[in-house]
Design a protein around this ligand. Structure first.
Ligand SMILES: NC(=O)c1ccc[n+]([C@@H]2O[C@H](COP(=O)([O-])OP(=O)(O)OC[C@H]3O[C@@H](n4cnc5c(N)ncnc54)[C@H](O)[C@@H]3O)[C@@H](O)[C@H]2O)c1
Ligand SMILES: *[C@@H]1O[C@H](CO)[C@@H](O)[C@H](O)[C@H]1NC(C)=O
Ligand SMILES: *[C@@H]1O[C@H](CO)[C@@H](O)[C@H](O)[C@H]1NC(C)=O
Length: 443
């Protein structure tokens, strides 16, 4: 099994909270095995249990026994979740090797995700070394994540199956490979799911991000970091288009709040440790290998099935519109951010000087009403949609997004070139091939 397992069961007590839709495992076989022990040992264990219980009786109610229990459960669920290859270090080292001396070695977190897969393939194609990391959680069909991983395997990108909260693994990984760059895309995405599972957002977007930044800051040669924030940080703003200078202190969803928190945390690590950090605010990214929880994706699925689709509108029939951005355009923005990133200045946690800190919008600057999105899909699928227009529920979605991309244009040379119809044509082509080749019952 995994080489790391014994180490991981002694993880430090930072609580890795629940992730995605994972159900925590009961107890690992490992802990059961250790219960069968010598009578004298049993006696002393009994005494210490009494002692611990007494201790918790006299400690304040908050953060007592319950927290300790939570911690141990999470630690064991954590250990069980790992599916590390026994020779993962060797595989990571090979995968990280760029084709030429000037190439990058990039760690891509969330590599089995939608954007992560496209970015990893693009980096590999141009000769950079890439190591992916993803926990394959079941927020949406992990089968799709596995299929993306096979694509990466074939391209020579190795993906480690692990959680970014796994500090022990990250430390080993950073000792094994010298990463020049980290492209951080792992996150709990989606706006509506936060009402069902708020902790998954804190787990991945706050705790996980800090855990990753800790590993980066500790490295002797700190990598430069580029990561995905979101257009959702603009929250309740009504001034359009959204500019990087606009206020971002009124998030409308927990997702947005964790992305905003990420931006502040990034600033702190930049300030204290000299990490070079670039945050990219993506605007509704779509395309082949996309995310099943997004409207363009499940509209396609439901239209084909003849199922009714819900189209939301604002108060007084206000149009809901999105600045849909084609994935290849976003990937170009990500690579340009990596290419223009300055080096981090710190070393092993010590800052040597001021480091670069940037934030850019990556959008398309062409908001499209959701009704138009549906019309394009109907045309491409040659099926009439059964539409139902409803008032938008107040669960975190905003009415309108529109990016001002002049800063990214100026500093990254970012120029999106794909309009919604062209991009959706490529998505639909992929969709029909991918799901057409599977049994109908599976979908
Ligand atoms: N797609 C969009 O429209 C959009 C818009 C704005 C921002 N973003 C951001 O861009 C990034 C990529 O988004 P995406 O659309 O590719 O989403 P995605 O869900 O397809 O990809 C994220 C990947 O991260 C992995 N992951 C989640 N938590 C993890 C953890 N704790 N440890 C390790 N892996 C973990 C998931 O398994 C998934 O494969 C995310 O940060 C997202 O918030 C996306
Ligand atoms: C970073 O370094 C500190 C101090 O040496 C250590 O306590 C911590 O565990 C390290 N973290 C990681 C993720 O490497
Ligand atoms: C877009 O942002 C730039 C600054 O990056 C600003 O100068 C410009 O006025 C903005 N454009 C609009 C239309 O708001």
């Amino acid at each position: 099994m995994t080489q790391l397992k014994p180490i991981l069961s002694h993880l430090d007590p930072i609580i890795p909270s629940s992730t995605g839709k994972f159900k925590p495992d009961k107890f690992s076989a490992y802990s059961f095995h250790r219960l069968r022990c010598h009578p004298r040992l049993a006696f002393w264990s009994f005494l210490s249990v009494i002692f611990i219980l007494l201790f918790f009786c006299f400690s304040p109610p908050d953060g007592g026994a319950a927290a300790a229990k939570r911690r141990s459960l999470h630690t064991s669920s954590y250990t069980r979740r790992m599916h590390l290859d026994s020779n993962w270090e060797l595989k990571a080292r090979n995968s990280a090797r760029p084709r030429s001396k000037t190439g990058f070695s990039v760690l891509v977190t969330g590599a089995a995700g939608f954007v992560g897969t496209h970015v990893s393939l693009s980096l590999k194609r141009r000769g950079d070394g890439v190591v992916g990391l993803d926990n394959f959680n079941s927020y949406y069909d992990p089968g799709l994540k596995k299929a993306r991983k096979s694509l990466l395997d074939r391209a020579g990108v190795y993906v480690i199956e692990a959680d970014i909260n796994d500090a022990v693994l990250l430390r080993k990984l950073f000792e094994t490979v010298h990463f020049t760059h980290v492209m951080h895309l792992a996150a709990q995405a989606g706006v509506r799911y936060a009402m069902q599972n708020p902790n998954s957002y804190i787990h991945s977007n706050v705790n996980g991000f800090v855990s990753l930044l800790e590993a980066c800051k500790n490295a002797t040669l700190q990598p430069s970091i580029v990561w995905a924030s979101s257009s959702s940080v603009y929250g309740l703003n009504s001034k359009v288009p959204f500019s990087e200078k606009d206020r971002t202190d009124r998030p409308a969803s927990l997702y947005a709040a964790t992305k905003k928190a990420g931006e502040e945390i990034a600033h702190t690590y930049n300030h204290i440790y000299g990490l070079s950090i670039t945050g990219l605010r993506f605007f509704t990214v779509y395309g082949p290998w996309g995310r099943p929880d997004m409207a363009y994706f499940f509209f396609t699925k439901d239209i084909l099935k003849g199922k009714e689709i819900k189209i939301f509108e604002g108060a007084d029939h206000a149009t809901v519109a999105r600045d849909f951005t084609y994935v290849d355009d976003v990937v170009k923005g990500c690579l340009a951010a990596l290419d223009t990133a300055k080096k981090s200045t710190g070393n092993g946690g010590k800052k040597k000087g001021a480091a670069q800190f940037r934030i850019y919008n990556l959008g398309n600057t062409n908001p499209v009403p959701v009704a138009d999105l549906v019309a394009i899909l109907e045309k491409l699928l040659k099926v009439k949609a059964k539409k139902k227009v409803l008032a938008m529920p107040r669960n975190g979605d905003v009415l309108f997004t529109h990016a001002n991309i002049s800063l990214a244009r100026k500093e990254l040379g970012y120029r999106p070139t794909t309009d919604l119809e062209t991009g959706l044509k490529k998505f639909v082509k992929w969709y029909l091939r991918y799901y057409g080749s599977k049994k109908k019952s599976a979908w």
